[in-house]
Design a protein around this ligand. Structure first.
Ligand code: NAD
Length: 415
């Protein structure tokens, strides 16, 4: 049976990189585990007068390079091992784009789709009352992830500010603009991935103008990937999907119309100008670029042999298993690995922190320009390292990131 525990996968990826790099055993073992984690139990008053008990986590994986940074996910299937894996990937992500932060992640086991706004607010504030004791601008800075929003970030920042007794905008990123959010944060993850895709097109000699794309997942990352693949690369997005299924039109899908349809009906399915398809069918379409932008373990040993995309730009975290990675590499499919491809989000989150600390805010053009510089440099560092070591891009990214984190651990005298 293929291993699908995300944390075991994250550890196996690190093990492989450690071997290729010849990492010393103590540093390797240190980097296999989170430095700290907090498990919390949250009583929340529901609208019907009952009290429900929720469980949550915050994992601070490694802070050798700076305060831990990483989103908070609300999901019914959330587990501590998913959060650990995501916290590990955040550590490699901040290192690969070379920003002075470490990696962390948080999560609450809940189904936000079944909760009212009032219940979500009380849950979010309860989480901060427990986890706030280990958060801070110089300690650990959360952000949004799956099913968490700028509004949730605003409640969390407000609760934390009450705990401290003064306004602390820099404790959390992905805030709404009037509360110290950054220009360009909303589409930053997708934009960073689209910049990487542009660079991949250049190194592979693939013309992306008019080329086709498919996107799995239609939330923050997926919707903006649709808009930006069209706007910045001139691509034609022929299929998109969400948790309720996908849609396909070989002539291309208009992003504004699909977004409006999803807002109206709650799903992309049954969009009038397309045929319904399954998520499995979407992944196996013959397209130039496939953007996984949903959850982990979507490309496995089972479906990897049938994937026909030329480039896979992983906006989601952990969408590809190690077995699938090997198959894709053998089949010559160019994978832009998750913690490089989706690092635009944390990069603009870092810009948001910097602006909060300055209390002075940049215009959109400045954010885009600085993001492009960071993503382009990271892309080429990974591409060149992969070529040099004759490994896939995921290992290339690991080698770049782990070397930076290991150097910081050594300089601090930890190992
Ligand atoms: P989101 O909550 O905005 O959207 C998630 C989307 O995935 C929704 O459209 C949902 O319907 C869809 N989905 C869920 N299960 C699915 C399934 N089984 N098949 C197909 N679609 C499914 O979340 P998001 O912020 O867009 O995050 C998506 C991915 O990108 C996650 O892996 C997340 O960790 C990663 N990511 C997000 C950011 C960010 O800044 N938002 C940054 C880095 C990485």
């Amino acid at each position: 049976m293929e291993e699908l525990n995300p944390f075991t996968i994250a550890q196996r990826q690190l093990d492989q990189a450690a071997e290729i790099m010849g990492l010393d055993p103590a540093t390797h073992e240190l980097l296999r585990w989170p430095l700290r984690e907090l498990h919390v139990t949250l009583p929340v008053k529901m609208d019907d007068g009952t009290t429900r008990i929720f469980h949550g986590f915050r994992v601070q994986y490694n802070d050798a390079r700076g305060p831990t940074k990483g989103g908070i996910r609300y999901h019914p299937q959330e587990t501590i091992d998913t959060v650990r894996a995501l916290a590990a990937w955040m550590t490699w992500k901040t290192a690969v784009v070379d920003i002075p932060l470490g990696g962390g992640k948080g999560g609450i086991v809940c189904n936000p789709k079944e909760m009212s706004m009032g219940e979500l607010e009380r849950l979010s504030r309860a989480y901060i009352r427990q986890v706030g004791r280990i958060l801070g601008e110089d300690m650990d800075v959360p952000a949004p992830d799956v099913y968490t929003t700028p509004q949730i970030m605003a409640w969390m920042m407000d609760e934390y500010s009450f705990m401290r007794g003064y306004n602390v905008p820099g404790v959390i990123t992905g805030k709404p603009l009037p509360l110290g959010g950054s220009q360009g944060r909303n589409d930053a993850t997708a934009r960073g991935g689209v910049y990487c895709t542009r660079e991949a097109g250049k190194v592979l000699g693939v013309n992306l103008q008019g080329a086709t794309a498919a996107i799995q997942g239609y939330g923050n990352a997926g919707q903006f990937a649709h808009l930006l693949a069209e706007e910045l690369l001139g691509m034609k997005v022929v299929a998109v999907s969400d948790s309720r299924g996908g849609i396909y039109n070989p002539n291309g899908l208009d992003p504004r119309a699909v977004i409006a349809h999803k807002e109206r009906t709650g799903a992309v399915a049954d969009f009038p100008e397309a045929d319904n398809i399954t998520n499995e069918e979407l992944l196996e379409l013959e397209v130039t670029v496939l953007f996984p932008a949903a959850l982990e373990n979507q490309i496995t040993a089972l479906n990897a042999p049938r994937i026909k995309a030329r480039i896979i730009a992983e906006l989601a975290n952990g969408p590809t298993t190690p077995e699938a990675d090997m198959i894709l590499y053998e089949n010559g499919i160019y994978v832009i690995p998750d913690f490089l491809c989706n690092a635009g989000g944390v990069t603009v989150s870092y810009f948001e922190q910097v602006q909060n600390a300055y209390n002075y805010y940049w215009d959109l053009e400045t954010v885009h320009k600085r993001l492009d510089i960071k993503m382009t440099a990271a892309f080429h560092a990974v591409h060149e390292t992969a070529q040099q070591y004759k490994v896939n891009n995921r290992m290339g990214a690991y080698i770049v990131a782990v070397a930076r984190v290991a150097e910081a651990c050594k300089l601090r005298g930890w190992v």
